[in-house]
Design a protein around this ligand. Structure first.
Ligand SMILES: [Zn+2]
Length: 230
């Protein structure tokens, strides 16, 4: 299972001729191919290889050292008869449900742990925190970022279901507090992924007037959920 969430590019450019969808399609294609062909590779090796392959595709035309070069969050999982392996980079979330129903979130919470300041403009974040030591990391053009991902493995019989969520979908729990991770997984199991996205959209619309009043930005964020029962 592969979930990518492309980072919204700034208006003043990314140093790249390509779009974020171009980037995520390339990266996703390379991840898919390497996950199948590279059975002997670890998930960080697969991510590293996919980033390198994607970077090669536009290294000659684009400035890949630009801090806002196209980039994405990543959730990557792979399972066999014996084990479930996982990798999470940046602010998408993976939920693992055990056969007794317990739900464990796998989070790369570097972004949440950064001190929030009114002075933290996008330019300062790009200069000091984005893909920088002490900041947070996304899949962009540097293959070594794969070593920063949160990774692990569990025996297959200890996992009943897997859920991958972009930050637009985790809003149901993290922003609107409609229920905890267990409640979110129950909603997906009973009503499906579309129901979760629809609930988030309803909550966002109800919240929109207040946000406009406070001058905050995006009403919506890309909301994607993947639910897998093993
Ligand atoms: Zn490019």
């Amino acid at each position: 299972m592969i979930l990518l969430d492309g980072v919204t590019p700034p208006r003043d450019g990314t140093g790249c001729l390509h779009s974020v969808p171009w980037f995520t399609a390339r990266l996703g294609g390379a991840l898919t191919e390497l996950t199948v062909s590279g059975r002997d590779l670890t998930l960080p090796e697969i991510l590293s290889g996919a980033i390198a392959r994607t970077a090669e595709a536009h290294a000659h035309t684009c400035e890949l050292s630009h801090p806002r070069t196209p980039q994405a969050t990543v959730v990557l999982t792979r399972w066999s008869d014996e084990a479930v392996e996982y990798l999470v980079l940046s602010d998408s979330v993976l939920l693992l449900q055990s056969p007794d129903g317990a739900v464990t979130p796998v989070l790369d919470d570097r972004l949440d742990r950064l001190p929030r300041s009114a002075l933290a403009t996008d330019a300062l974040i790009d200069a000091h925190l984005r893909n920088k030591e002490g900041g947070f990391f996304t899949a962009a053009a540097d293959p070594s970022v794969a070593s920063r991902a949160v990774t692990g493995a569990l025996p297959r019989h200890e996992v009943r279901a897997l859920v991958a969520l972009t930050d637009g979908a985790t809003r149901w729990t993290e922003k609107f507090h409609e229920g905890d991770w267990t409640a979110l997984l129950d909603l997906l199991a009973k009503e499906g992924t579309r129901a979760l996205v629809e609930r988030v959209r309803e909550l966002e619309l109800a919240d929109r007037e207040e946000r406009a009043f406070l001058g905050r930005s995006k009403t919506h964020d890309d909301a994607t959920a993947v639910y897998v029962e093993l």
